[in-house]
Design a protein around this ligand. Structure first.
Ligand code: SAH
Length: 223
């Protein structure tokens, strides 16, 4: 999969994409991430990318021209499945969405900043807008990182034990059951004996029961 990210702050991605599963997926050629600095696309002689909104009282908006030119050039090189814009009023990102997007071949993610972007870009270039929650961030970069991380970890080959991604919360409409590792007793607190029984069928049943119970209590909207 190829992901093109349009941002004013490409350096912000160094940390999250330089470690752990995303880094491994990049190293293995499972995902290809291209960062585009919006400033490079500005035809303004001072390389300005923002301007004051018409009728606005304050704050700045990202101008249409650099964004449009950048997306036009990318689209002239290949076909994109989706041109995403990160936006607090977009559809809330969830596991079902991430599963769907992980099948795509080429994606563009546009990160907003300041007060957002010129509406005409949203109308004419953006095919899907997503939010990572009902709160306002300073920019779309963190939201783009969340989407890329979520997508990457479920692409086959990114995680060594693929089953492990599939057994995470939300994949089956349930949250994950409690999990324990060595030692069997820590500070006098014991691991549920069933997990030490070696009876796989019983263990699976217990995990399912726990997941159902937890989902009811913690995420009643899922059940
Ligand atoms: N004026 C806008 C907020 C702008 S915040 C409004 O009131 O809706 C600046 C940028 O950060 C946005 O353009 C968007 O790209 C990004 N952003 C902020 N909160 C976000 C969220 N919850 N999810 C995804 N992107 C977000």
């Amino acid at each position: 999969m190829r992901i093109d990210i349009i941002t004013l702050f490409p350096e912000m991605f160094d940390g999250p994409f330089g470690h752990s599963i995303v880094k491994r997926a990049i190293d293995r050629g499972i995902v290809e991430i291209h960062l585009h600095n919006l400033r490079n696309w500005s035809t303004d002689k001072h390389k300005r990318v923002d301007d004051a909104p018409f009728g606005g009282k304050g704050g700045m908006l990202l101008k249409a021209q650099p964004i449009a030119d950048c997306i036009d050039e990318l689209k002239s090189q290949r076909q994109y499945d989706e041109v995403f814009y990160t936006s607090p009023d977009g559809i809330l990102l969830d596991q079902a969405g991430i599963n769907q997007y992980s099948d795509y071949k080429n994606l563009i993610i546009l990160c907003g900043h300041y007060k957002g972007i010129d509406e005409r870009i949203r109308e004419h270039y953006i095919t899907k807008e997503f939010s990572i929650g009902d709160y306002v961030l300073s920019g779309g970069e963190l939201a783009a990182m969340v989407l890329v991380d979520g997508i990457t970890r479920i692409i086959p080959g990114a995680i060594n034990d693929e089953m492990s991604a599939l057994s995470d919360s939300f994949q089956d409409g349930l949250v994950a059951p409690p999990a324990y590792t060595r030692p069997k007793i820590f500070k006098g607190w014991e691991v549920p004996p069933i997990l030490l029984s070696g009876d796989e069928k019983k263990i699976d049943e217990w995990k399912l029961e726990q997941s159902i119970h937890r989902t009811k209590i913690r995420r009643p909207n899922l059940s």
